[in-house]
Write a protein that binds this ligand. Structure first.
Ligand SMILES: [Zn+2]
Length: 132
């Protein structure tokens, strides 16, 4: 599936189906996306590619790289050394975000108290999950 930033300068493709799809409540994702939570997919290296341009990288904490379009600012990706070989791409940047559905909440203890969710999905403490 194809995805892109708001201005279209950075475009990417992921091979379907993807390995994981989770909702993250961590403070860093919240700030990068300027949103109360975000949903991302995990894709093994080799199963995704930038097809036009590439994001600028911001290192938000040791071992964590967050990618964004340097033209329009759209957050696009993050990768953690703790989950080596896996790229995470934000579902909201996909051409068909409805094709993905999260199966797990991660960093659930950091969620905003006014955010009321009733999807019944399992929760995980902390941002580093190994299986969704
Ligand atoms: Zn852009």
């Amino acid at each position: 599936m194809l995805g892109r930033c708001l201005c279209g300068s950075v475009r990417f493709e992921v091979d379907m189906p993807v390995e994981t799809c989770v909702t993250c409540h961590c403070d860093s994702c919240r700030r990068q996306c300027s949103a109360p939570m975000t949903v991302y997919i995990g894709v093994a290296d080799g199963c995704w590619r930038w097809t036009q341009g590439a994001p600028r990288i911001y290192r938000s904490s040791p071992g964590v790289e967050r990618g964004f379009c340097e033209n329009c600012g759209t957050p696009l990706s993050f990768r953690s050394a703790k989950l080596s070989g896996v790229m995470h791409l934000y579902v909201a940047a996909m051409d068909q975000p409805e094709a993905f559905a999260p199966t797990l909440h991660v960093a659930y203890e950091e969620r905003l108290p006014w955010l009321k969710l009733a999807d019944g999905l399992p929760t995980h403490a902390g941002p580093d999950y190994t299986k969704a």
